[in-house]
Design a protein around this ligand. Structure first.
Ligand code: FNR
Length: 186
Protein backbone atom coordinates (compact mmCIF):
# COMPACT_ATOMS: atom_id res chain seq x y z
CA UNK A 1 0.00 0.00 0.00
CA UNK A 2 1.17 3.50 -0.85
CA UNK A 3 0.52 6.33 1.61
CA UNK A 4 0.57 10.00 0.65
CA UNK A 5 2.33 12.46 2.93
CA UNK A 6 2.12 16.25 2.80
CA UNK A 7 5.42 17.87 3.77
CA UNK A 8 5.05 21.25 5.47
CA UNK A 9 8.20 23.33 5.92
CA UNK A 10 7.91 26.29 8.30
CA UNK A 11 10.75 28.38 6.87
CA UNK A 12 10.37 30.61 3.82
CA UNK A 13 14.01 31.49 3.16
CA UNK A 14 15.76 30.03 0.16
CA UNK A 15 18.70 28.47 2.06
CA UNK A 16 16.46 26.99 4.73
CA UNK A 17 18.08 24.20 6.74
CA UNK A 18 14.60 22.82 7.39
CA UNK A 19 13.91 22.56 3.67
CA UNK A 20 17.25 20.86 3.05
CA UNK A 21 16.43 18.37 5.79
CA UNK A 22 12.96 17.83 4.34
CA UNK A 23 14.46 17.00 0.95
CA UNK A 24 16.95 14.62 2.53
CA UNK A 25 14.26 12.83 4.55
CA UNK A 26 12.07 12.38 1.49
CA UNK A 27 15.00 10.84 -0.31
CA UNK A 28 15.80 8.51 2.62
CA UNK A 29 12.20 7.36 3.11
CA UNK A 30 10.94 3.87 2.23
CA UNK A 31 9.02 3.56 -1.07
CA UNK A 32 5.64 3.08 0.66
CA UNK A 33 5.51 6.84 1.30
CA UNK A 34 4.73 9.33 -1.47
CA UNK A 35 5.49 12.96 -0.71
CA UNK A 36 4.00 16.26 -1.74
CA UNK A 37 5.50 19.57 -0.57
CA UNK A 38 2.63 21.85 0.45
CA UNK A 39 3.57 25.53 0.74
CA UNK A 40 2.08 27.51 3.61
CA UNK A 41 3.84 30.87 3.20
CA UNK A 42 1.09 32.28 0.99
CA UNK A 43 -1.85 31.47 3.28
CA UNK A 44 -3.58 34.65 4.48
CA UNK A 45 -3.73 34.89 8.28
CA UNK A 46 -6.76 33.17 9.68
CA UNK A 47 -9.81 35.40 10.14
CA UNK A 48 -13.03 33.65 11.13
CA UNK A 49 -15.21 36.35 9.52
CA UNK A 50 -14.19 35.13 6.07
CA UNK A 51 -15.47 31.63 6.84
CA UNK A 52 -18.62 32.92 8.56
CA UNK A 53 -19.42 35.15 5.58
CA UNK A 54 -18.80 32.32 3.12
CA UNK A 55 -15.85 34.09 1.48
CA UNK A 56 -12.78 32.07 2.45
CA UNK A 57 -9.69 33.03 0.41
CA UNK A 58 -8.98 30.66 -2.48
CA UNK A 59 -5.61 29.83 -0.89
CA UNK A 60 -7.39 28.52 2.22
CA UNK A 61 -9.79 26.43 0.15
CA UNK A 62 -6.97 24.94 -1.94
CA UNK A 63 -4.92 24.20 1.15
CA UNK A 64 -7.82 22.52 2.96
CA UNK A 65 -8.57 20.40 -0.09
CA UNK A 66 -4.94 19.34 -0.45
CA UNK A 67 -4.61 18.34 3.20
CA UNK A 68 -7.92 16.50 3.10
CA UNK A 69 -6.57 14.40 0.26
CA UNK A 70 -3.40 13.11 1.96
CA UNK A 71 -2.96 10.30 4.44
CA UNK A 72 -0.37 11.87 6.74
CA UNK A 73 1.72 14.93 7.53
CA UNK A 74 5.43 15.57 7.96
CA UNK A 75 6.28 18.89 9.61
CA UNK A 76 9.73 20.46 9.46
CA UNK A 77 9.86 23.32 11.90
CA UNK A 78 12.44 25.94 12.69
CA UNK A 79 12.36 27.35 16.20
CA UNK A 80 11.37 31.01 16.40
CA UNK A 81 11.66 32.45 19.90
CA UNK A 82 11.32 29.02 21.47
CA UNK A 83 8.17 28.11 19.56
CA UNK A 84 6.95 27.20 16.10
CA UNK A 85 6.99 29.94 13.45
CA UNK A 86 3.77 31.76 12.53
CA UNK A 87 3.73 30.01 9.12
CA UNK A 88 3.05 26.64 10.70
CA UNK A 89 0.71 27.92 13.38
CA UNK A 90 -1.36 29.76 10.79
CA UNK A 91 -1.52 26.67 8.58
CA UNK A 92 -2.78 24.63 11.55
CA UNK A 93 -5.38 27.30 12.32
CA UNK A 94 -6.59 27.58 8.72
CA UNK A 95 -6.90 23.80 8.35
CA UNK A 96 -8.72 23.43 11.66
CA UNK A 97 -11.72 25.57 10.68
CA UNK A 98 -14.67 25.98 10.05
CA UNK A 99 -15.43 24.47 13.44
CA UNK A 100 -16.22 20.78 13.14
CA UNK A 101 -14.65 20.29 9.72
CA UNK A 102 -10.93 20.26 10.52
CA UNK A 103 -8.96 18.70 7.70
CA UNK A 104 -6.32 17.50 10.15
CA UNK A 105 -8.63 15.21 12.08
CA UNK A 106 -7.21 11.71 12.56
CA UNK A 107 -4.18 12.08 10.28
CA UNK A 108 -0.93 10.64 11.62
CA UNK A 109 1.99 13.08 11.68
CA UNK A 110 5.65 13.49 12.49
CA UNK A 111 7.58 16.55 13.65
CA UNK A 112 11.21 17.29 12.89
CA UNK A 113 12.76 20.46 14.30
CA UNK A 114 15.96 21.77 12.73
CA UNK A 115 18.20 24.50 14.13
CA UNK A 116 21.82 25.59 13.98
CA UNK A 117 21.56 25.91 17.77
CA UNK A 118 22.41 23.08 20.10
CA UNK A 119 18.99 22.27 21.54
CA UNK A 120 17.64 21.36 18.12
CA UNK A 121 14.47 23.40 18.18
CA UNK A 122 13.12 21.51 21.19
CA UNK A 123 10.70 24.30 22.13
CA UNK A 124 9.21 24.56 18.66
CA UNK A 125 8.96 20.80 18.39
CA UNK A 126 7.04 20.43 21.64
CA UNK A 127 4.66 23.32 21.03
CA UNK A 128 3.85 21.91 17.61
CA UNK A 129 3.31 18.42 18.98
CA UNK A 130 0.93 19.76 21.58
CA UNK A 131 -1.20 21.40 18.88
CA UNK A 132 -1.20 18.11 16.96
CA UNK A 133 -2.48 16.29 20.03
CA UNK A 134 -5.36 18.76 20.29
CA UNK A 135 -6.09 18.42 16.55
CA UNK A 136 -6.43 14.65 16.99
CA UNK A 137 -3.36 13.91 14.88
CA UNK A 138 -1.34 11.06 16.34
CA UNK A 139 2.25 12.38 16.36
CA UNK A 140 5.05 9.83 15.95
CA UNK A 141 6.43 9.28 19.43
CA UNK A 142 9.81 7.67 18.79
CA UNK A 143 12.31 8.41 17.56
CA UNK A 144 12.14 12.09 18.37
CA UNK A 145 13.90 14.44 15.95
CA UNK A 146 15.56 17.50 17.44
CA UNK A 147 18.21 18.28 14.84
CA UNK A 148 20.81 20.65 16.32
CA UNK A 149 24.00 22.00 14.77
CA UNK A 150 22.19 21.78 11.45
CA UNK A 151 24.39 24.38 9.77
CA UNK A 152 27.12 21.71 9.70
CA UNK A 153 25.17 18.83 8.18
CA UNK A 154 24.83 19.85 4.54
CA UNK A 155 27.22 20.19 1.61
CA UNK A 156 27.43 23.27 -0.62
CA UNK A 157 24.81 21.78 -2.96
CA UNK A 158 22.38 21.36 -0.05
CA UNK A 159 22.72 17.58 0.21
CA UNK A 160 22.79 15.93 3.62
CA UNK A 161 26.43 14.86 3.90
CA UNK A 162 26.63 13.92 7.57
CA UNK A 163 26.75 10.10 7.66
CA UNK A 164 25.26 9.58 11.13
CA UNK A 165 22.47 12.01 10.34
CA UNK A 166 21.70 10.11 7.12
CA UNK A 167 21.48 6.95 9.17
CA UNK A 168 19.18 8.63 11.69
CA UNK A 169 17.05 10.09 8.88
CA UNK A 170 16.51 6.66 7.33
CA UNK A 171 15.62 5.18 10.72
CA UNK A 172 13.23 8.05 11.45
CA UNK A 173 11.46 7.71 8.11
CA UNK A 174 11.12 3.95 8.51
CA UNK A 175 9.52 4.48 11.90
CA UNK A 176 7.24 7.12 10.39
CA UNK A 177 6.17 4.76 7.59
CA UNK A 178 5.24 2.16 10.20
CA UNK A 179 3.39 4.79 12.22
CA UNK A 180 1.41 5.92 9.18
CA UNK A 181 0.50 2.35 8.21
CA UNK A 182 -0.76 1.65 11.74
CA UNK A 183 -2.64 4.90 12.31
CA UNK A 184 -3.96 5.93 8.90
CA UNK A 185 -7.73 6.31 8.48
CA UNK A 186 -9.20 6.01 5.02
C1 FNR B 1 15.50 32.30 15.21
N1 FNR B 1 16.41 31.29 15.51
C2 FNR B 1 16.26 30.53 16.65
N2 FNR B 1 16.97 29.36 16.84
C3 FNR B 1 16.74 28.59 17.92
O1 FNR B 1 17.37 27.55 18.06
N3 FNR B 1 15.83 28.96 18.87
C4 FNR B 1 15.10 30.09 18.77
O2 FNR B 1 14.28 30.36 19.63
C5 FNR B 1 15.31 30.92 17.63
N4 FNR B 1 14.58 32.08 17.46
C6 FNR B 1 14.58 32.70 16.22
C7 FNR B 1 13.63 33.70 15.93
C8 FNR B 1 13.58 34.24 14.68
C9 FNR B 1 12.54 35.29 14.39
C10 FNR B 1 14.48 33.84 13.67
C11 FNR B 1 14.41 34.43 12.27
C12 FNR B 1 15.43 32.89 13.94
C13 FNR B 1 17.46 30.94 14.53
C14 FNR B 1 16.97 29.85 13.59
O3 FNR B 1 17.14 28.60 14.20
C15 FNR B 1 17.78 29.88 12.29
O4 FNR B 1 17.53 31.12 11.64
C16 FNR B 1 17.44 28.71 11.39
O5 FNR B 1 18.36 28.69 10.33
C17 FNR B 1 16.00 28.82 10.87
O6 FNR B 1 15.64 27.68 10.11
P1 FNR B 1 15.80 27.66 8.51
O7 FNR B 1 15.29 28.95 7.97
O8 FNR B 1 17.27 27.50 8.25
O9 FNR B 1 15.03 26.48 8.06
Amino acid sequence: TIFTVAVIVGSLRKDSLNRKMARALVELAPPALRFEFVEVGGLPLYNQDLDDEGTPPAAWADFRKTIKGVDALLFLTPEYNRSMPATIKNALDVGSRPYGSSVWNGKPAAVVSVSPGNIGGFGANHHLRQSLVFLNMPPLQQPEAYIGGADKLFGPDGALTDASMREFGAKFMNAFAGWVATNVKR
